[in-house]
Design a protein around this ligand. Sequence first.
Ligand code: ZN
Ligand code: ZN
Length: 404
Amino acid sequence: MFGAEAARRALAQELPALTELRRALHRTPSLSDEEQPTAERLLAWLGEHAPARTVRGLGGAGIAAVYDGAEPGPTVLLRAELDALPIAEPGHLAHASQIPGVSHKCGHDGHMAILAGVAKLVSRSPPAKGRVVLLFQPAEETGTGARAVVQDPKFAEIAPDYAFALHNLPGYPKASIAVRAGAFAAASEGLEIWLAGASSHASEPHLGKSPALALSQLIPALLALPAQLLPMDTGAAVAITHANLGEPSFGIAAGKARVQTTMRSSETADLERLMTAAERAAEGLGAAHGLEVTHARHDRFGATANDDDGARIVREAAKACGLACEGLPGPFPWSEDFGEILGTCRGAMFGVGAGPSCAPLHNEEYDFPDDILESGVLTMTTAASLALADEWAGRTPRDLPRAP
Ligand SMILES: [Zn+2]
Ligand SMILES: [Zn+2]
């Protein structure tokens, strides 16, 4: 495979085509679990520009492009996400979304274009030994895609020894790399709680069973859980995302209530403590107020945990590419489902700075900055090359226990 400098030279002539691809992907976004059109576009592009063996229908619309080396050896998997978000985009961009109410506000269009760039480089200079798998994963935004890919029987065809993924980071210096060993992104999960009593005429509240008092006690009880259960440095946080009580009327005393909350923590086990305690708190209040309580969990993301070797390889790749590399004092509070893939192998997720003037992720003004495509492609390609070399040297065979 290309060294970092040769890769930079080879990539220079590809950047206009990658920018064009990124903008084409931006114009035609797909929502989670509806990514077939985006997957088809990528398959067409890869078939035309960097042919490879492909695996289709991974965990839904997922596709993998497999670039085999001259000799068999270890597998390095690089991941990008296929999905966009249900956010309407203001129409002032030249490449604005043409799909009403859907747009790429997390930069997954850029991440896909970065892997397309890696495809160009790896197809021109394949590994001597082993193979590089480019995974375009569905349904990252809902937290279900990576798990579905790993549980798909076809995952055995691409099972990696090492895996890497990146996310662009608005606010961080443009094209700088950010990585840490250990937790990189938090675990999170949504909890929906229903309190059911009985409505009554507003003049006769004593004949009904209102959940109003229980609701008013449940919200502060949920918000207090992190401080009650966990040390301050665990990144534990609770957000109330929605609540309602009865109907918007003056004639009916409320008979039912619903609360939705999202809980997060740096460690998956700590998140489980928060979730279980929240369910018990709701049940306790329901019993105290004579209400029927039901609850359901949604959008579960495990923590994304980098191992020491994966983080080291990203730092070495950044250095080889001449990019600034920042350590991170702690994990990001947002969640990512790449942890599901890292649960099967070594590797790391890292950030690429999108610059201080880039709008925040999931903001309607956000647009992936095309001038960081180059650093994304170079870091991913170099990390893959270093990871293959690492496995060759036998320094980190996959049967060694993972770093604690
Ligand atoms: Zn997102
Ligand atoms: Zn994202």
